[in-house]
Design a protein around this ligand. Structure first.
Ligand SMILES: [Fe+2]
Length: 480
């Protein structure tokens, strides 16, 4: 699955990741999505935290130690500590501190009084809990985040190969309905694919497999035989999400969730924080097996899935997801851009050769040649609408640069970012995520599949993101 995508390109269903907020109109009531009855608590209810600001009179050695001693004496655990200098040099710094405890409890009030009595402390006051953009706290919250831009079938417009095929639309509607019924913990529906659908899959499978040996990264080629052995990958069989999800879980802790269509960038990235990948189950129209204007099971299963079995790539993807939790719209845009140039269009250097690890490349025979061959044919360049270029530009992967790089969505990429290894990409990504202005630093608890946060925050009410994102996307295309 991908975030918002609209590229009209051969063999690749791509995404235009844009972040945004909701407006009225298209949106559907979230209540109607039908969440399971489950324990829903806020971050501050699971692990209560209090936020206080301690002002000091003078900038002198030892004041912070006395403050920390007070915490130790009361056996209170700090979860976040930040020192801030004042605008004028006449007074000491203030300390912004989050600690474990309930703000309105008597013991907290007593502790705060003692904090205030420390020599050198001017004031110590509890502050209101900060409100941050809504984000999923538990993997079950992803049931609330599957509202798609296209409702599953709205992208079958006049340019879509299935536009005049009523049977295709009906079939697509049936598969989408199953995805809409899915909630966390339930069985992923098994689809009985038709002969026609399997034939389409087989054509794509065989053509791509020819090229993967030459252009896919070693991590991809190492795992692919296991997918054939354990998940039913074969030209004559479309594998089932349920089997693949189980397999990925054993390899890297990743899992798949069926989805009806295109998600907002925020919702899509947020799911990666839980090592969850939203995947479509329907397939492109059989009229042209080598073309799709949107994500379908060929793109997901042949492009995305193999890398999710790799622990380094899984960590890399989750790092993006964790950084997206409660991030600002601007940071969602940056993260979505890095996602575009990595998870969708990333390249690696292997013994002096360029290899693909991005799903947009691995599921597009044309763009695989364009990006990896070093000397793409004229036919290839013309089919990707980059006929005026002889070959793409290769830049070293640096997320601080990548995040601000513009890119086209209706042609092959003129520029790619190349990492020296998957581990290198992961480390660089980690440093980039740490540099973002984050409202808290999240930690994923794999036992409870929940997010722990370092600061006293509460989530703003969830709003639908897809309508405004659709609007931004339209503006983006109108400006092309
Ligand atoms: Fe994708």
């Amino acid at each position: 699955m991908s975030m918002l995508a609209l590229a009209q390109r051969p063999m690749s269903s791509l995404v235009r990741p844009l972040a945004g907020h909701a407006k009225g109109g298209w949106t559907r009531s979230l209540c109607s999505i039908g969440t399971t009855k489950t324990m829903q608590k806020e971050a501050n209810q699971w692990e209560p935290k209090t936020f206080c600001v301690v002002e000091t009179g003078k900038d002198e050695v030892g004041t912070l130690r006395k403050i920390l001693d007070c915490f130790e004496t009361h056996n209170i655990n700090l979860t976040h500590l930040e020192s801030r200098l004042k605008s004028f040099a006449r007074s000491g710094p203030s300390f912004h501190i989050d600690f474990e405890g309930v703000p309105d409890k008597l013991e907290t009030t007593r502790f705060m009084k003692e904090l205030q009595s420390i020599n050198g402390v001017v004031t110590a006051e509890i502050q209101p809990t900060r409100e941050v953009p809504w984000f999923p706290l538990n993997i079950r919250d992803l049931d609330l985040t599957r509202e798609t831009l296209d409702g599953g079938t709205d992208l079958i417009n006049a340019d879509h190969p299935g536009f005049h095929d009523q049977d295709y639309k009906r079939r697509r509607g049936d598969i989408v309905a199953l995805a809409n019924e899915y909630t966390h913990g339930s069985e992923i529906a098994r689809i009985s694919y038709t002969d026609d659908e399997t034939k389409t899959w087989g054509a794509v499978y065989s053509k791509l497999k020819e090229l993967h040996g030459e252009f896919a990264c070693k991590e991809f080629n190492q795992i692919f035989p296991s997918l054939e052995k354990y998940c039913g990958y074969a030209p004559h069989n479309i594998p089932q999400l349920a089997d693949i999800s189980d397999f990925l879980n054993q390899c890297s802790g990743f899992s798949l969730r069926p989805i009806s269509g295109l998600l907002s960038a925020r919702d899509f990235l947020n799911a990666l924080a839980f090592r969850v990948f939203f995947s479509t189950q329907y397939i492109r129209h059989s009229g042209n097996p080598f073309y799709t204007p949107e994500p379908d099971c060929c793109h997901e299963l042949l492009g995305h899935v193999p890398l999710f079995a790799n622990p380094d790539f899984a960590d890399f993807s989750q790092e993006i997801g964790l950084a997206s939790l409660a991030a600002s719209d601007e940071d969602i845009d940056r993260l979505a851009t890095v996602y575009w140039f990595t998870v969708e269009f990333g390249l690696l250097e292997e013994e002096g050769n360029i290899k693909a690890y991005g799903a947009g490349l691995l599921s597009s025979f044309g763009e695989m040649e364009w990006s990896c061959s070093g000397a793409p044919s004229e036919e290839c360049r013309i089919s990707g609408s980059v006929g005026d270029l002889l070959k793409p530009k290769m830049e070293p992967f640096d997320p601080f640069v990548t995040c601000n790089t513009k890119y086209p969505i209706t042609t092959y990429q003129p520029t790619y970012f190349v990492a020296s290894s998957m581990a290198d990409a992961k480390n660089r990504m980690s440093r980039f995520c740490d540099s973002l202005n984050r409202p808290f630093f999240p930690q994923y608890d794999s036992l409870t599949q929940s997010i722990r946060v370092t600061r006293a925050v509460k989530r703003a009410p969830r709003v639908s993101l897809v309508a405004l994102q659709a609007e931004k996307q339209k503006a983006f295309f109108d400006a092309q």
